[in-house]
Design a protein around this ligand. Structure first.
Ligand code: PMP
Length: 385
């Protein structure tokens, strides 16, 4: 039997468009060939204008999302400064861990997994303990919860104008709508999620205030991720700091071109529609989504098994064999459910194939379902009838 690769329905990497893959296959040229330099510059300019960061800067460097997290905080807070990290899951806790190593005067507000730290909690905390930086996770991939970013950003800008807002947007940028002019100082992501390129690049947007902050800081301990090292390159792509990942820059450029063509509001709408289709479909099979509906992420959903009777690894393996890869849960949800990434350059056909594979996986595992019930729910959402 023909065995094509399964659909990659995990929260990154995501299915890659053919035109993006073609960029990876181009013959590699020098990073300081003028032809590459012009294309790299074009990518930087597009990333600035699409997410309204015209007066700030964008940094693109080889590495994963964790590198971008490190870059974001290393350039905005110094040892001894007060930093508040809001965590509601695995990746929020990763940011706590990164910050613990840096000798900050660290405050942490934690929300129960499946919930979010609220704007009111942040406001109350800052009133008592003003912080140089507040760190949040836009979409917490381990729970599928979306943070109320716009509301919190405007509260911080209005009430605490000296506080910088650092946002982990790894699971949201290119899927959920946001703009730097909402009052965001650092937004960070990486190539393999909603930007629709393979893994390999980190990206960090920095507001003018964030750049000024770095410029006011003494030499920082980190070298590779130091804005000061990269600023000359991001302003003039003929300059050198660390060798740019030439083919990956081309791939990301095509990924960003696709986003520009679709438009950010439309991309947000499409992701939310697919999220709803997946939620309704899984609901028909008895899988409950963890995030409350008002906090449900447009890009990734966490589903919990209805009872202890389902063998997590065997279930996901059956779905894999039926043609779709879904992800295990993380941390305290490990073994109790699965995660579906519905992000990036996918179509209604991708969603329908995914759901059909999950239905067949259920049948193979002896999970009692009505075949077609999940598909019908998804089709209703996708067609609006
Ligand atoms: N933050 C979030 C919200 C993520 O989802 C991830 C990756 N799943 C990361 C950070 C870390 O990114 P990476 O694995 O590329 O280092």
């Amino acid at each position: 039997m023909i065995k094509p690769n399964p659909l990659v329905m995990i929260p990154g990497p995501t299915p890659i468009a053919r035109s993006v893959m073609e960029q990876l296959g181009r013959e590699t040229i020098s990073y300081n060939d003028l032809r590459f330099s012009v294309e790299f510059k074009g990518l930087i300019e597009d990333m600035k204008s699409l997410w309204r960061c015209e007066d700030g800067m964008v940094f693109i460097a080889g590495g994963s999302g964790t590198m971008a997290m490190e870059m974001g905080i290393s350039n905005t807070a110094s040892r001894g400064e007060r930093v508040l990290v809001c965590s509601n899951g695995f990746f929020g806790d990763r940011y706590v861990n990164i910050c613990e190593r840096k000798g900050f005067d660290l405050d942490v507000i934690r929300a129960e997994w499946g919930k979010t730290v609220t704007t009111e909690e942040i406001e109350a905390h800052l009133a008592k303990r003003p912080s140089s930086v507040v760190v949040v996770t836009h979409v917490e991939t381990s729970t599928g919860v979306e943070f109320p970013l716009r509301e919190a950003a405007s509260m911080i800008r209005a009430g605490h104008p000296d506080t910088l807002l650092v946002v982990d947007g790894v699971a949201s940028v290119g899927g959920a709508e946001f703009y730097m002019d909402w009052g965001i100082d650092i937004m960070l992501t990486c190539s393999q999620k909603c930007l629709g390129a393979p893994p390999g690049l980190g990206a960090v947007w920095a507001s003018p205030r964030a750049i000024q902050k770095r410029e006011s800081m003494p030499t920082i301990a980190e070298s590779y991720v130091d804005f000061v090292q990269w600023i000359p390159v991001m302003k003039d792509t003929m300059k050198y700091w660390g060798t740019p990942a030439v083919n990956m820059v081309w791939a990301l450029r095509e990924g960003v071109r696709l986003i520009k063509e679709e438009g950010i509001p439309e991309r947000d709408r499409r992701h939310r529609l697919y999220a709803e289709a997946v939620r309704r479909a899984m609901g028909a099979l008895g899988f409950k989504h963890k995030a409350p509906i008002e906090l449900a992420s447009p890009t990734v959903t966490v589903f919990l098994y209805p009872d202890e009777g389902i063998d997590d690894a065997a279930f996901r393996a059956a779905v894999y064999d039926e043609g779709a890869q879904i992800a295990p849960c993380q941390g305290q949800f490990l073994g109790k459910g699965f995660r579906i990434g519905h992000m990036g350059n996918i179509t209604p056909s991708t969603i329908v194939s995914l759901i059909a594979a999950v239905e067949r996986g259920c049948v193979r595992q002896g999970i009692k379902i009505e075949l077609g019930s999940a598909l019908a729910e998804a089709q209703r959402v996708l067609t609006g009838v």
